[in-house]
Write a protein that binds this ligand. Sequence first.
Ligand code: ZN
Length: 500
Amino acid sequence: MGGFSVYDSVMASLLGEEPLSLTQELDLIAFGQRLRHLRKQRGLTLSDLGSRVSRAPSQLSLLENGKREPKLSLLKALATALGVPVEELLRRQPPNRRAQLEIALEEAQRDPIYAGLGLPRLKVSARVPNDVLEHLLGLYGELRARQARGTATPEEARVANAELRRRQREQGNYFPDIEKAAAEALEAVGYRTGALSQSMIQSLVTHFGYTVHTAQDLPRSVRSITDLRNRRIYVKHEQLGMHTPRTILLQTLGHLALGHDKPRDFADFLRQRTEANYFAAAVLVPEKAATLYLQEAKSDRALSVEDLRDVFAVSYEMAAHRFTNLATHHLGLVCHFVRNDAGGTIYKAYENDGIVFPADEQGAIEGQRMCLQWSGRQVFASPDRFSVYYQYSDSPTGTYFCVAHVDPSRERDFAITLGVPYKESRWFRGRETTNRTKSNCPSGDCCRRPPAELAERWEGYAWPSARANSHVLAALPPGSFPGVDEADVYTFLERHATTA
Ligand SMILES: [Zn+2]
């Protein structure tokens, strides 16, 4: 309800000005409540009032229930019959506490959230006591509040991401509990060494008491759906970089192994997802086997993310990420990890080596643009963007040795960078590179300021329209699992549960 009120428009027409339609301006529910209240106050039945205004009682009933809009002539007749001015009938404020409760409950029942419960409609008759109405409205309020909590705003998402990164940095990105859960699962299925075979992954699924089913009609918003009642995991048959079916399966098992409950809020959701990803990586690149391998490579001065990828048959991104889990705890190395697209937008980042990522006021890195001089952007300009690119990057916090690679297995090009402080380059393959750049960012004069002659020609003549980084931190659809439409998920489960 905005703009001028019904009251204004009716008064205007009563004063003989252009009559205005009541459509849209009249709050039918409030009007109906008020009408019923005034009628009852005067001890009139619907028939009594109906005869005074020459209308059938059923017609008045429709008005009182907010289901019909009164014509102006009827409005005037009703006002006369009830002995009140027209504006009294149109007042916004509900007449008393009872009417307020009735109005609120009528409105609540029309709310899609309430309607979505599929309960039979409650007819708010005079027999329903006030405290019952209050009770129902209390439940409705809580329902709304819970719904709202499941919806993360971009600000909440930023804060949650920054908090998660702080926690990771504190622990050197190493989480012993998850390592332990992964090691126990691997031991249960008799894993010894090397890459995890498909049959071993099947054994893991069985170990957790589940079966796997592939389905092509999974809702777009999900990677997998787990039917806890029938202990089934549904996955799509597709290969998308890090999210191959086996990774998705293991992430799902991660939620089970780590005893995750329905997430309380966005931060909880993010933590669970990160832990499940960690579990999947810890199963595919087992701590013991990988540590032995990396320690040997370090003593050979031949550390390489590529080799780790090949030995354990995982994506480059997972290998790089897994390297960050083990580097500080087992190899005594601090490092950083970053994933960005060709435009330099950062999607994921981690550091405990002092490198300063671009960040917003909330400390969020996701969605920020990285310096043009960093290897994650330089790799896109290198002659073969799909081969591994090495460079030394001078920055205000020191020089870093960085290895960047564009993962060709993804549908979109993302660069994955692993970096370490200069002095640690001696342990890595590719340290002999002569590529070297200098970055002054975050001050930005190394990459953001245009060359002087161009600036002179174009200053004041350019009006770019920025693209919001909505793909990174868009407001998420409501529900317990951010970004997932629960209606789709339930429909899917229903469809498959009955056909199986
Ligand atoms: Zn820069």
